[in-house]
Design a protein around this ligand. Structure first.
Ligand code: B12
Ligand code: SF4
Ligand code: SF4
Length: 316
């Protein structure tokens, strides 16, 4: 029988061997302070039309409501930083797609890695069972990552690691096995306010607090239906997502660049031509954005965004 610390080390080594850039372990105990923060955020109406976030509240309070046997949570992160960067100003006939959506959909990339990791863990400890999550499950993923020492939560609300920056995707395995827990990561934002100053819509009204209703990422990805006049102007030249509060973060300037092939930009996602997008048919959309996070808006959502950006650029 392996000792707890040896098993923990082994699991971390397996996560890194699976290609994750960061891994940490936290307990399955609810984090009261973070749950309260989440509740207050919902009460302020900051979640906009993302009704699922309200529905998830009770489950998010305690990971044991998802998986009663959970004893430890393995928190993994994968960097999607590439050597490309969205320009801060684009020509008026072009639009911007967030770097997280340049390549393959991270949900499938991470889920596959987590599932293989779980089976590797089971080869070492056959009695271990687990559940795999990435993004869509009712878990406070950033809180868990911070608690597991993966990074700190920056004033732009993203998890940041000192060497890898914040262009990270998070994923977790809930395990029915007791492992050694890591120390929570400490905050390194200090007196910096670059992200708050750079956000073009004032969505970051307070440090660490994001009003999704004003966030370009929410407006272009999550919001359904037509834009109001104000929303349309907030979108600027962003067709899908927004990276401004991360682009200005000094921790991303000095971050390592893993340059994974699955997250490299594709011609249709890197500063794409609005004229080309305007002529897209539903069939072109399916083909061009196959396996891409852009699928989330569906054809109608993307065309709404393209139309708004075209009007903002006074493009005929
Ligand atoms: C809803 C959602 C959004 C919304 C709202 C984002 C937000 N900041 O709240 C919108 C659509 C705007 C969005 C945008 C983006 N998202 Co998003 N999103 C989510 C989702 C599904 C839930 C987040 C949530 O519950 N928000 C509500 C707030 C209150 O919770 P929170 O941000 O998690 O913050 C918690 C902790 O940070 C902590 N906390 C924060 N500050 C403080 C301060 C104090 C004092 C305390 C005690 C606690 C505390 O408490 C909070 C509640 O637990 C998560 C996946 C998940 N299940 O967690 C992905 C997730 C957060 N998104 C992710 C990504 C990549 C993005 C984008 C970069 C995509 C893009 N480029 O367009 C942007 C980033 C914009 C930004 N600055 O946050 C990643 C984040 C990775 C990272 N490095 O942090 C996640 C984790 C998905 C994943 N599995 O990788 N997203
Ligand atoms: S993603 Fe863009 S709009 Fe949203 S908070 Fe960051 S800078 Fe502001
Ligand atoms: S820009 Fe500055 S304040 Fe904002 S997250 Fe980065 S270090 Fe923190």
């Amino acid at each position: 029988m392996l000792y707890k610390n040896k098993i923990t080390e082994k699991i971390k080594a397996l996560a890194l061997a699976q290609g994750f850039h960061l891994v940490g372990i936290t307990s399955a105990q609810p984090q009261d302070q973070h749950v309260r923060f989440y509740e207050t955020w919902l009460q302020k109406g900051f979640s906009g039309e993302m009704d699922y976030l309200r529905r998830h509240l009770e489950k998010k309070k305690d990971p044991r409501s998802l998986y009663p046997q959970v004893r430890s949570i393995v928190c993994c992160a994968l960097s999607y930083k590439t050597s490309f960067e969205n320009p801060s100003h684009v020509e008026k006939e072009k639009g911007i797609i967030s770097n997280y959506a340049w390549g393959e959909d991270y949900h499938s990339v991470i889920k596959e890695k987590l599932e293989i990791l779980l089976s590797r863990i089971q080869e070492v400890i056959p009695e271990v069972q687990g559940r795999v999550y990435v993004d869509t499950g009712p878990l406070l993923e950033r809180s868990l990552a911070q608690q597991a020492g993966v990074g700190w939560i920056g004033k732009n609300t993203c998890v940041i690691h000192p060497r890898l920056g914040s262009y990270l995707f998070l994923g977790e395995i809930l395990l029915n096995h007791d492992l050694e827990k890591d120390e929570a990561h400490v905050d390194h934002c200090g007196s910096c306010t670059l992200c708050l100053d750079a956000c073009p819509t004032g969505a970051l009204s307070e440090p660490y607090e994001l009003d999704a209703r004003k966030c370009i990422a929410y407006l272009t990805i999550e919001k359904k239906g037509e834009f109001s006049k104000e929303e349309k102007s907030m979108v600027g030249q962003h067709i899908f997502g927004c990276d401004i509060c991360q682009q200005v973060c000094p921790w991303n300037d000095k971050a390592l660049i893993p340059n994974l092939s699955c997250f490299q930009p594709r011609p249709q996602t890197f500063v794409p031509s609005l004229r080309n997008l305007k002529t897209l048919t539903p069939e072109d959309f399916k083909r061009s954005f196959k396996d891409s996070p852009v699928q989330r808006t569906k054809y109608e959502g993307l065309m709404r965004n393209v139309e708004a950006v075209s009007q903002n650029s006074s493009l005929k």
